[in-house]
Design a protein around this ligand. Sequence first.
Ligand code: SAM
Length: 192
Amino acid sequence: MDILKNSLGQSHDIIEKLVAEGDTVIDATAGNGNDTVFLAHLVGDSGRVYSFDIQSQAIERTRQKLDAQGLSERVKLINDGHQNMNLYVYERVRAVMFNLGYLPGGDHSIGTRAESTIKAINEAMELLTVNGMVTIVVYYGGDSGFEEKEAVMEFIKSIDCRKYTVMKTEFINQVSCPPILVCIERCKGSKF
Ligand SMILES: C[S@@+](CC[C@H](N)C(=O)[O-])C[C@H]1O[C@@H](n2cnc3c(N)ncnc32)[C@H](O)[C@@H]1O
């Protein structure tokens, strides 16, 4: 395998270093359940994953994957938009993963949208523990279009650098709009 992984691979590497047994985390876009399963393994028996998706089809696919691996007890599946996460999560979280775009193998017209995504990123940032991290894999072009990507890129420039460190990783010599990774870490000095 190459050392420079794609954006999704890099997000997993970072989350794997950060999240430990007993942590609480959020998968903001359950989709086919791969990230939820990944997080459920990391938090262990004593941890908790909150996993959101607006499509019942995605929640069902995620449930099946969790059941198949005996991980369902660790995960609360929520068939609602991630922009409402503050209605469901009342504790600090170590990490929040966003994997934007549409459900692979589903309806490409039902994807994440700029306005709700930015509201959700704001809520996720508020929920983070110190040194907790939001990761966002941003898909664009094709059926995803460019509006959400542009809105997210504008928004992250405005984040207060005294409270959060923001990093953007992009590939500059690839074709067909390779996904971009954004990481937002809550700094030590930030007040709750
Ligand atoms: C690229 S997929 C996620 C892939 C997933 N993380 C996985 O491991 O398979 C994006 C998902 O975001 C979901 N989605 C779109 N808008 C949403 C919203 N406002 N809140 C939560 N999920 C949303 C879509 O239904 C879709 O399933």
